[in-house]
Design a protein around this ligand. Structure first.
Ligand code: ATP
Ligand code: MG
Length: 233
């Protein structure tokens, strides 16, 4: 579903991704781990077609980036720190706006489903600028799921969420994963990642330096695997 070969990303003289290879097939839930500045956000932004690769091959759902960016955008949903929501519209109006943008049929019905999924149906008529950070985050997850994407990219989606909102996000991700979608999530919360993901990849110095399925972690646990990966890198 996601195929990346020899990906390079340079900002001026600074090389951030240096020949990164990565792949994820349908139904995999990959946690992308790595220290601050490792390049996780940079990698996700390239997959989301928000940033262009300097070199390398990137294919999502069979479509190549950057050439087929429009088709890639239809295939994926993105949750990042930018919520991409309009403060002066209500929750419902925001989702209706995006539903029309995506050309979703029966938009009203779909928006209702998504508001229920993220637990915001009772706040649907409130302006988004009156929402707390966690509520905005929930709505932004709803926006990302609106067009039923095959691939979901989430960059530190738990940041700023309280216990309840985190538990709701856990539940949403489990539901989405069980539907056979591909999920790629970055997080510094190893316990949460270990609980949710089926595979763990460690990004360091511009490459994936270690990768393990959840069965392989059975004895050592994710923290030990992560530390070893960074020491060996
Ligand atoms: N637009 C940019 N221009 C110049 N350098 C950039 C740009 N975006 C990212 N970088 C650099 O790329 C490197 C990787 O940053 P990135 O945000 O991808 O890291 P990260 O793994 O997401 O870190 P964190 O865990 O802190 O979120 C950093 O050294 C950062 O300074
Ligand atoms: Mg980041």
């Amino acid at each position: 579903m996601i195929e990346v070969q020899r990906l390079m990303k340079r900002f001026g003289p600074k090389v951030v991704l240096r020949g990164l290879d990565f792949s994820a097939h349908a139904g995999e839930f990959v946690a992308l781990l790595g220290p601050n500045g490792a390049g996780k956000t940079t990698f996700l932004r390239i997959l989301a077609s928000l940033s262009r690769p300097t070199a390398g091959v990137v294919r999502i759902g069979g479509y190549a980036l950057p050439q087929e960016a429009a088709a890639v955008r239809r295939t994926l949903g993105v949750v990042s720190h930018q919520t991409l929501l309009y403060g002066d519209l209500t929750a419902e109006e925001n989702l209706l706006f995006y539903a029309r943008l995506y050309g979703i049929e029966h938009a009203g019905q779909r928006v209702k489903e998504v508001l229920e999924l993220v637990g915001l149906e009772r706040r649907r008529a409130d302006l988004v600028r009156t929402f707390s950070r966690g509520m905005q985050q929930r709505l932004s997850i709803g926006r990302a799921l609106l067009h039923d994407p095959q691939v979901l990219l989430l960059d530190e989606p738990y940041t700023g969420l309280d216990q309840d909102a985190s538990a709701i996000l856990d539940q949403i991700l489990r539901t989405v994963a069980a539907q056979g979608r591909t999920i790629l999530l970055t997080s510094h919360d190893l316990a949460r990642a270990e609980d949710l993901a089926t595979r763990f990849d460690v990004l360091s110095r511009g490459r994936i330096v270690a990768s393990a399925g959840r069965e392989a972690l059975h004895h050592s646990g994710l923290l030990a695997f992560y530390r070893q990966a960074l020491e060996a890198a």
